[in-house]
Design a protein around this ligand. Structure first.
Ligand code: FAD
Length: 455
């Protein structure tokens, strides 16, 4: 533990902003991935605004103390894992939002949850599309820092497609504003995009200007079950090759059964895979697109295909898919993957993952934002069983190796964090790693921002 006098930091911040009670610090050590290597922070700063973030970073820069930015802690890659002797800088109290219906933009502080952003802009008849399954529990700042994806991203794109501008505090406490409520802006380097997905390693995002769309039209929903993984991936390719679904999600047999255990919706427990697909095409076209998707699923060999125009029924199946990670987690602790491949390689990826699970004798459930080629293999293991844990970690690495071999990525939306960084050089290669390091060193010469994440 580094010995640093915290009184100076406390004197620069509002009363109560700095937590040092060990019981309270414990709640800020890990994110959802529960990285066992998490350290114990010196303190947690619960910033109330940009000034608090800037004051904290100026202090950290002077004393060369590590700072781990934290949104809501729902990350799945250990990106918000605390480090020994560092500060956890939480944005949970930065929750302001203003909506401008004329420019169709919202200016948002980072601590607001994704669901709260969606609800607020909906009051103006507007829609913020990116919808991670965790939308009720993740912050918009964390979404920007990880370039979060979600279920509707197959048609509407990911977080970066909606970030028009931001305020960001650099490692030495300098506050800069990038972009703004302009749909087009070619002035200077695309620095806004550089900070999206930077996982707290380049700066702390203190405000976002988000692009909004008109409210989403009503959706038609198709649910199909398949006897094999390959039949399901054929249907996925058939659908994406024919139209642009507003959602195309996948669950394997383990996930179907885990969700059915919890939700009792009558899902087919015998199926090898289930797809939930939606269309939000205008008017009657939604039904028409749904009928095309029904036909494609039947042709691919679906055992059962169900189509509904009822929004509540459609939402129930979407909610079931969103619940898949917590449902599978009931079987046991998870190592969470996020690998993605170009769509034509999806069948090779899901069948390869099944083979890796069998070879290593561990249970691997696969759920996926299938229309994006982005899968979430969930490796179930018992941390008290050393042999099983070793096999689970071996499978974790082999799955990332497979994705890279197939021309894919080790992470489609969760970020590299600490848990996937050993595989990043294999994906990016030495030149891109060196470039990444040069950017990091230029922006954060003392290496105080989220040390150990990504690089
Ligand atoms: C059940 C479940 C389902 C999920 N489904 C999805 C999904 O469908 N799609 C998806 O993309 N993700 C998903 N996630 C992962 C997670 O919710 C996202 O990565 C989310 O964007 C993290 O937001 P957060 O506020 O919890 O960030 P945190 O976990 O607190 O932090 C994540 C990273 O961002 C950095 N960070 C946070 N705030 C800031 C800031 N203001 N400035 C700079 N850096 C910052 C942190 O240092 C860390 O590196 C899921 C998680 C769970 C638990």
């Amino acid at each position: 533990m580094i010995c640093v006098d915290l009184h100076d930091l406390i004197s620069r911040l509002p009363d109560g902003a700095v937590l040092t009670d060990p019981d309270l610090l414990a709640g800020y050590r890990q994110d959802w991935a529960r990285d066992p290597s998490a350290g114990t922070p010196l303190a947690v700063v619960r910033a109330t605004g940009t000034d608090d973030v800037a004051a904290t970073l100026r202090w950290a820069h002077e004393h060369q103390v590590a700072v781990v930015p934290r949104g809501a802690g729902s990350g799945l890659s250990g990106g918000a894992t605390a480090v020994d002797g560092g500060i956890v800088l939480s944005t949970e109290r930065m929750r302001a939002i203003t909506v401008d219906p004329v420019t169709r933009t919202a200016v948002v502080q980072p601590g607001l949850l994704n669901a709260e952003v969606k609800r607020t802009v909906a009051e103006h008849g507007l829609w913020y599309p990116p919808d991670p399954s965790s939308f009720e529990i993740c912050s918009i700042g964390g979404n920007a820092a990880t370039n979060a994806g979600g279920l509707c991203c197959v048609k509407y794109g990911v977080t970066t497609d909606y970030v028009l501008g931001m305020e960001v505090v650099l490692a030495d406490g300098t506050v800069v504003r990038l972009g703004g409520p302009r749909l087009k802006d070619s002035a200077g380097l695309s620095l806004t995009k550089m900070f999206v997905g930077s996982e707290g390693t380049l700066g702390v995002i203190t405000e976002l200007t988000l692009r909004l769309l008109p409210a989403q039209p009503p959706q038609s929903t198709v649910v199909a079950t398949f006897p094999t993984l390959t039949a399901a991936t054929e249907a996925i390719l058939g659908i994406t090759g024919t139209l642009r679904p507003a959602m195309l999600e996948f669950m394997d047999a383990v996930a179907i059964n885990a969700v059915e255990d919890e939700m009792r919706m009558g899902l087919d427990r015998e199926a090898a895979a289930l797809l939930v697909a939606r269309s939000d095409a205008p008017g009657e076209f939604a039904r028409h697109e749904a009928e095309i998707m029904v036909g494609i699923c039947e042709k691919a060999g679906a055992t059962e295909v169900f189509h509904t125009e009822d929004p509540e029924e459609g939402e129930a199946f979407t909610a079931a898919r969103r619940f898949a990670i917590p449902a599978v987690e009931k079987i046991g602790p998870l190592l969470l993957e996020d690998v993605g491949v170009p769509l034509p390689r999806l069948a090779d990826l899901v069948n390869g993952i099944a083979a890796i699970g069998a070879r290593n004798d561990v249970l691997v459930s696969v759920i996926a934002h299938a229309g994006d080629g982005n899968t979430h293999p969930l490796i179930v293991h018992d941390p008290t069983d050393a042999a099983m844990t070793e096999r689970a970690h071996r499978a974790f690495g082999e799955i990332m190796d497979l994705a890279i071999q197939l021309g894919g990525t080790i992470t489609g939306e969760h970020g590299v964090g600490r848990l996937k960084k050993a595989w990043l050089p294999d994906q990016l290669g030495p030149d891109v790693m060196a470039l990444t390091r040069r950017i990091k060193d230029a922006l954060d010469p003392h290496g105080i921002l989220n040390p150990g994440a990504i690089l």
